[in-house]
Design a protein around this ligand. Structure first.
Ligand code: G6P
Length: 606
């Protein structure tokens, strides 16, 4: 996720663009850049780090003009650096991009054969060159359209041309883009936060649409058929702060709602459905070594630890590799028995957690192969592992992890199929898991529509001080994650437990004031989970069950339904209601859910 902003109109573009970048900085902050068309040529300047670094580098006399683009980056392809920062240029074309181009390597090869030279590792620069190539024989707008027809993936692009000082083209497919309509000026951006202080009149582009902006006018067309469209303008009554959160009250809620997209981004371009295989560019250098791995240890902290526990179930069942999961803070001080046939998988959203980093160093010292599942490109863990898979979930602002967690689970599913297909997993099974994985974004949309009823349940239980969170098999770790989430956000005591363990002690605590949240999908252990529910009910314990839609075999106080999916994928769906429950109990109690007390987003000390 990056922030893009563009300006065309009567005023000095630089001022609006820098202001916009500062407001969009929460979308990405590893590097930034700006291009201004001064009427004759396009001037570009970039900087690593915060937007303020870029601002300091700009000579205002040099960067003056009525058309421009700017970008604040959250790296996906290529580490944070000046070369990889946007805007990207190819001949007369300059552009900024947010999203992921799936087939950029293929296109890059084709362009290299045609003599194009690339200076960055990004997928975005490839788009600039492709438009330049098309522009050799077609005019600007047609070149953009024809280039887009060759591109697969997600993008919001803003593009300018040296010979067109009064034209800004923007396009959208799967990545957000909004056009702000001012008096003889337009400001385009990834979200309304960059726009709202100039105008509240906006127009949202839909997927596969392109807009051509001049200082006084705009036209919206379909990319594929070049048909002009009538688009309804909207009036926003959001404050600056609300605009950043896209109208949600908190980043946590926005990030919960981001999950259909973040899961899509985790799997985008990584599935070869024809062969039931997974394509993971980051694992190519160790592909052969992975074939001889006979043991996996997953090491992580906090929410990432629970993702690891789900990974253990997945990898053992479908890839047949013995797997263990360790808290990084424990692993680093044990005497782990590792050898060259052990792979240590390190999971970390931030890539900077001190304990995880220390555990990684220990694993490397012992000669294990190390693999990272990391969200932040170029972070310490990403740099120090032998190979890795990036989440592409975009920055997570709220302290409690939500979208990074389901993204980690999606990546672990991909890794499982990857390792499984190297071993005994059949093509049919590979296809089955991957096609169900692809359906998850729309199933999550369905759960999110039930937010109102989950909020009602949260209100009903908001005053309870103790909860059990119970699940079995794949959903035991999710019970632990659900309990962690409500602890973090609502400051209430909650214990995550395997449902089958209740009878061995914890059940002594059950009474009418100690409710249980039970994860009971219709899976291979449903009947067993049902027994635990009956035991709790028999002791007057209240039960909130989360189960598969249409399941009528449950009689409990409250029920939340989630759509049907494969057992291995139920953890991803079960997580969504638990995040919402924690969020709504937290807000009901009046907490600052984005910044819970005593917690930090990234724990870089021991
Ligand atoms: C902190 C955060 C948690 C996170 C944990 C591990 O405790 O508050 O939300 O799960 O660190 O972070 P990592 O970045 O390594 O996934």
């Amino acid at each position: 996720m990056c922030g893009i902003v563009g300006y065309i109109g009567k005023n000095n573009a630089r001022i609006t663009l820098i202001e916009g970048l500062k407001r969009l900085e929460y979308r990405g902050y590893d590097s930034s850049g700006i291009s201004i068309h001064n009427g004759n040529e396009i001037k570009t300047i970039k900087s690593v780090g915060k937007v303020s670094n870029l601002e300091e580098k700009i000579n205002p006399d040099e960067f003056r003009g009525n058309l421009g683009l700017a970008h604040t980056r959250w790296a996906t392809h290529g580490k944070p650096s000046i070369e990889n920062a946007h805007p990207h240029n190819a001949g007369d074309i300059t552009l900024v991009h947010n999203g992921i181009i799936e087939n950029y390597q293929e296109i890059k090869k084709y362009l290299i054969k045609k003599g194009h030279e690339f200076i960055s590792d990004t997928d975005s620069e490839v788009v600039a060159h492709l438009i330049q190539e098309e522009n050799k024989t077609k005019e600007f707008e047609e070149a953009v359209r024809d280039a887009l027809k060759k591109i697969k993936g997600a993008y919001a692009l803003a593009i300018i041309h040296k010979n067109y000082p009064e034209k800004l083209i923007v396009v959208k497919n799967s990545s957000p883009l909004v056009i702000g309509i001012g008096e003889d000026e337009f400001i385009i951006a990834s979200d309304a936060s960059a726009i709202i202080s100039y105008t509240n009149r906006v127009l949202y582009l839909d997927d596969n649409e392109l807009a051509i902006l001049s200082p006084t006018n705009y036209t919206v067309k379909t990319i594929s058929s070049n048909k002009s469209l009538y688009k309804e303008e909207q009036e926003l009554d959001w404050s600056d702060e609300q605009a950043k959160k896209e109208g949600f009250d908190h980043f946590m809620l926005k990030e919960i709602h981001d999950q259909p997209h973040s899961i899509q981004d985790a799997i985008r371009g990584r599935i070869d459905m024809d062969n039931g295989m997974v394509l993971l560019g980051g694992l190519i250098p160790i592909e052969e070594r992975l074939r001889s791995i006979n043991r996996i240890i997953i090491v992580s902290c906090g929410t990432s630890y629970y993702a690891g526990l789900v990974g253990e179930y997945m990898i053992e069942e479908y890839a047949g590799i013995p797997t263990e999961v360790e808290y990084a803070s424990e692993f680093r001080y044990r005497k782990p028995l590792l050898d060259k046939n052990t792979a240590v998988v390190v999971i970390s959203q931030s890539g900077e957690t001190a304990d995880t980093l220390a555990a990684l160093k220990e694993a490397k010292n012992k000669g294990a192969l190390t693999i990272g599942i990391v969200n932040v490109v170029g972070s310490s863990i990403a740099r120090q592992t032998d190979a890795g898979i990036y989440n592409h979930a975009g920055p997570e602002i709220s302290v409690a992890s939500t979208k990074a967690f389901t993204s980690q689970l999606s990546i672990l599913t991909l890794l499982t199929v990857y390792l499984g297909r190297q071993r005994d997993m059949s093509m049919v099974m590979g296809k089955r898991i991957l096609s169900e994985l692809q359906k998850l974004p729309s199933l999550i949309e369905k759960i999110l529509k039930e937010e109102g009823s989950i909020q009602k349940i949260a209100k009903k239980y908001a005053d309870f001080e103790n909860f059990f969170y119970l699940g079995r098999k794949y959903n035991f770790p999710i019970a632990c994650e659900g309990a962690l989430k409500i602890k973090e956000i609502a400051y209430t005591h909650a214990e995550g437990y395997p449902a089958g363990e209740m009878k061995h002690g914890p059940i002594a605590l059950i009474d009418k004031n100690f409710p249980s949240i039970v994860l009971a999908p219709k899976d291979s252990v449903f009947e067993k989970t049902l027994s635990a529910i009956e035991e709790i009910k028999a002791r007057e314990g209240k039960v909130v069950a989360i189960t598969t839609e249409k399941n009528k075999d449950l009689s409990v106080e409250d029920t939340i339904f989630v759509p049907k999916t494969l057992e291995i994928l139920t953890p991803i769906l079960m997580t969504i209601p638990l995040q919402l429950l924690a969020y709504f109990v937290g807000t009901e109690r009046g907490h600052d859910v984005d910044k819970p007390k005593n917690l930090a987003k990234s724990v870089t000390v021991e």
